[in-house]
Design a protein. Sequence first.
Length: 183
Amino acid sequence: QIFIGSGRTDIMTTITADPAMALHTISIYVSNKPGVLARVAQVFARRGFNIESLVVSPSKDVAFSRMTVTVIGQTDGLEQIMRQTGKLVDVIHCTDHTGDDAVVRELALVKVAIDGSEARTEILQITEHFGCKTVDFTPSSMIVMATGTSDKVDACVRMLNQYPLVELIRTGKVVMARGAEAT
């Protein structure tokens, strides 16, 4: 089985234990060129920030990509990283969305082994409760797609963890500023 306690729960414990630490969600708009990801990640690594999740996706203009980076660290240290990242040649802009009015979502695919009709019914009830979708269904397993905030995905995975989990894959956060604000 997969235990969620070795993941986000430990992250939240670290943040609670040290009030100077925070979980930050950063959006970086970059040129869509080879090597940009490595240069951006190196800035975080040099300053001792561990990247908790990283999502890179194309933007509406194919010449650019959007990176969403989630890190834990001290806010004052992050400000230095943001300045250094913003100075990289292929970085157009870099924004910390922590505490902003933004839409933040995550996706997880969870493959659960099914050992009987009772377990199948219970898993389907959990899936319905969390507004998930069943994207694959066989006599021996099902794949559940959970989307929403990280807390919602965590809660869903904790509930599904009562059953034999075969695999768990999470995307990491994606963020978009609400209204007229630029991401």
